[in-house]
Design a protein. Structure first.
Length: 79
C-alpha cells in the first residue's frame, strides 16, 4: 500500500462506488434518507447476486466465490 488517500490502493471499491453513484444517486431524487438507504441495499444485493461479470466467466460475484471455494477444496484434496 502507498500513502493515505491513493485511489489506486482501493480501485475495486472506488469503481463500485462510482457505479453505485451513477446508477442511483445521480439519476433519482429521494424523498428521504430511508428511501435512499433501501435503494442502496437493494442495489448491493443485485450487484453481488445477479449482476453478471464478463471477467468472471459470466458469473455473479456470489457464484464466482462459490466456484472458487469449490475449486480450492478440490485442489486441496488432490495434492
Amino acid at each position: 500500500m502507498s500513502k493515505k488517500g491513493n485511489c489506486l490502493d482501493n480501485a475495486i471499491i472506488e469503481n463500485f462506488f462510482g457505479v453505485l453513484k451513477s446508477m442511483l444517486f445521480y439519476l433519482k431524487k429521494y424523498n428521504s434518507i430511508l428511501d435512499l438507504t433501501n435503494e442502496i441495499k437493494e442495489y448491493i444485493k443485485y450487484y453481488n447476486n445477479e449482476r453478471l461479470r464478463i471477467n468472471l466467466n459470466g458469473m455473479s460475484l456470489v457464484e464466482y466465490r462459490a466456484h472458487y471455494i469449490k475449486k480450492i477444496a478440490y485442489l486441496r484434496t488432490t495434492f
